[in-house]
Each structure stands twice: as structure tokens, then as C-alpha cells.
Design a protein around this ligand. Structure first.
Ligand SMILES: Nc1ncnc2c1ncn2[C@@H]1O[C@H](COP(=O)(O)OP(=O)(O)OP(=O)(O)O)[C@@H](O)[C@H]1O
Length: 327
């Protein structure tokens, strides 16, 4: 059984880089988070690319919260989740009687509501083509017109857009996304790597999520069997961090009910099936752990100091030294 706190030990080989709530060990992701930091210190439009569940919204929110606009609103709008003919009124607002059912007195849209804040255009790739030119005009001129209105209104919203589509490919292939809008949005771009490309981060995120569940539910398991951890490291995670978080919460609650540590059987079948898929990778956790221990020993004057550096108990380290023939 491995205690949650031992899932990842931050020693010099594994520097954690953080931006807001987002943490990583993965080098390429460090560089992308550096761009997020730069974005937060500017007013430039940002385009965030990444598969579903990789944290596009959480990064957008972190950029907003680290920016001068942090006291203004952060407003997300998901073009993919709203019926196509309502997207325009959601974005730009409408006047009374602009269309059947238009509310008395009209209403402001998200552009106006995000005044002095940040407008997060999620799933920009699903934005209807005919609206893309209106959106482009609004971004360029910083003015919008409510539907049914004739007056232009000044707006001051910072734009962060996100998508899981390959927009450049779509532009080449048949124009379902306007190139001029793409270049306008793509002043700074951040690409979030899928979780399967950064297994180091699986350990880091799992530790953080499980420790949080422990606080939220006030008790429950504090350790996971090694077989389960190895499986999490070799699974593909098509739903990325969202899927990892949900799978861990389910496993945490099932184990809590049984008053047992988290075991492989507490994960859904789709994840359990990976168990023997990548046998070779099964050794990777042990290899990484052994290397970390060796490094900590080199840099320490005593086992006690090495244990402190690794963030584990001295007795745990003695056990591991025996296991890896390092004693
Ligand atoms: N680095 C992270 N640390 C902690 N939690 C994270 C991190 N990244 C994402 N999450 C969590 O994973 C879930 C999905 O994140 P988010 O909504 O930001 O992803 P997304 O890429 O915008 O997804 P979609 O494309 O499906 O809208 C959320 O519950 C979020 O809190």
C-alpha cells in the first residue's frame, strides 16, 4: 500500500511548476504555463488548445485571476452547448421585441456583462460560421450592437477562447472556421498536453485530488494499492483530468464505504481493463522511485535527511532501501 502523500515526492529532479491551481512536473507544460503567466500580465487575446478535460477553463480562469481584471467578472460562454440561434443573443444581448419571446426591456449579453473582466469563449470551434464575422468585428472594434437595436455600445472585455478542434486543419480543409478570426484570437496560444503524455503529472494530480477528498469527506482511505497506481499510470485517459478526478472520487468513496485502502477493483471496468496492457510500463514507477531515492541519498548526509527530502517516513525509506537492494 502506498500512502497518498508518497505518490509524488518533489525533489530537485521533479520541480513542480504552478500557475494558479494548475501544477505540473512535465517540462513541455512548464513552458506553456510560462505563456499563461505572460498572458496574465497582458491584455492580448489568448487561444487555448487541448483535448476535452485537459483544463482549458481552469487555465483561462487562472489567467483572469492573475490579471489586472481580477476584480471584474470571469464569464464563460460555451458556443457548443447553446442552440445555434441563441448564440448571438447570448453574446450580444437583445432589445425588447427583437424576436418572439424577447424579454421585456431586453437584456445585456455576455460581452456587456463581462465589462472590465474576461469573456471566456469555450468551444469557439463550434461557433456558427455566420456569427464568426460578427464576433470578429466586436473584438476588433470593442463595440457591440444588441439584436434589434441600432445603437452601438462600447465594451471592454478581455477575450480568452478555447477549443478542442484542430482549427488550422479546419481552415485548410473547407473553411468551417474563419482565418481572420483565428489570427485575431491567436495572439498568444497555449496548448495543453493530454494526460497520457505526462504520466508524472498523474501522480501529482492523484495525490492532490485524494488529499482534497480526504478533507472534504472528513475521513476515508489514505493509501492505494500499488497495482492500482500502476494501472492509472498506463491508462490512456481520453477524458483527461476530468476523467481522472471522477475515477478517483468514485474509488475513494467505494473504498471509504468498505473502510479499506483504494484498490484496483474500486475503479470502473474501462480503467481496470488496462491492467495488463502495458506490462513494460508497470516497471516504470518502481524505476522512477529507485532513481529518486538514489538521488536523495547522494544529496543527503544521512538516511533521515534523505527521508525528509523525499517527504516520507524514515521507516518507509528503510523498507524501500531493502526492496531496491540499496541498503
Ligand atoms: N491542473 C488541474 N488541477 C486540478 N484540477 C484540474 C486541472 N485541470 C483540470 N482540472 C479539473 O478537471 C476538470 C476539467 O477541467 P476544465 O473544465 O478546465 O477542462 P476543459 O479542457 O475546459 O474541458 P472541456 O473541453 O470539456 O470544456 C475540472 O473539474 C477541473 O477542475
Amino acid at each position: 500500500m502506498i500512502p497518498f502523500s508518497d505518490f509524488s515526492n518533489a525533489i530537485e529532479t521533479e520541480t513542480i511548476y504552478s500557475f494558479g491551481e494548475v501544477h505540473t512536473f512535465y517540462k513541455f507544460f512548464h513552458e506553456e504555463l510560462e505563456v499563461a503567466h505572460i498572458a496574465s500580465q497582458s491584455e492580448a487575446n489568448v487561444l487555448i488548445l487541448g483535448e476535452t478535460g485537459t483544463g482549458k477553463e481552469i487555465i483561462a480562469r487562472s489567467i483572469h485571476e492573475a490579471s489586472n481584471r481580477k476584480d471584474g467578472p470571469f464569464l464563460p460562454i460555451n458556443a457548443g452547448a447553446i442552440p445555434k440561434d441563441l448564440v448571438a443573443s447570448e453574446l450580444f444581448g437583445f432589445t425588447e421585441g427583437a424576436f418572439t419571446g424577447a424579454r421585456k426591456g431586453g437584456a445585456a449579453g455576455k460581452f456587456e456583462a463581462a465589462q472590465n473582466g474576461t469573456l471566456f469563449l469555450d468551444e469557439i470551434g463550434d461557433m456558427p460560421l455566420e456569427l464568426q464575422s460578427v464576433l470578429l468585428r466586436a473584438i476588433e472594434s470593442k463595440k457591440i450592437t444588441r439584436i434589434g437595436d441600432t445603437n452601438e455600445r462600447q465594451v471592454n472585455a478581455r477575450i480568452i477562447a478555447a477549443t478542442n478542434h484542430d482549427l488550422e486543419k479546419e481552415m485548410e480543409e473547407g473553411g468551417s472556421f474563419r482565418a481572420d478570426l483565428f489570427y485575431r484570437l491567436n495572439v498568444l496560444s497555449i496548448t495543453l498536453p493530454p494526460l497520457r503524455d505526462r504520466p508524472e503529472d498523474i501522480r501529482l494530480l492523484a495525490r492532490d485530488f485524494l488529499q482534497k477528498f480526504h478533507e472534504r469527506y472528513e475521513n476515508g482511505p489514505t493509501a492505494m494499492e500499488e497495482e492500482a497506481i500502476l494501472t492509472l499510470l498506463s491508462y490512456d485517459w481520453p477524458g483527461n483530468i476530468r476523467e481522472l478526478k471522477n475515477a478517483l472520487e468514485r474509488a475513494f468513496l467505494l473504498a471509504r464505504e468498505e473502510r479499506s485502502p483504494i484498490r484496483l477493483k474500486h475503479f470502473p471496468p474501462s480503467i481496470r481493463r488496462t491492467k495488463n496492457k502495458k506490462k513494460t510500463e508497470d516497471l516504470s514507477l518502481k524505476k522512477m522511485e529507485k532513481e529518486r531515492i538514489q538521488l536523495a541519498l547522494q544529496r543527503s548526509a544521512s538516511v533521515q535527511e534523505a527521508a525528509r527530502l523525499l517527504g516520507i517516513a524514515r521507516s518507509t525509506l528503510y523498507r524501500k532501501l531493502k526492496e531496491y537492494n540499496l541498503a
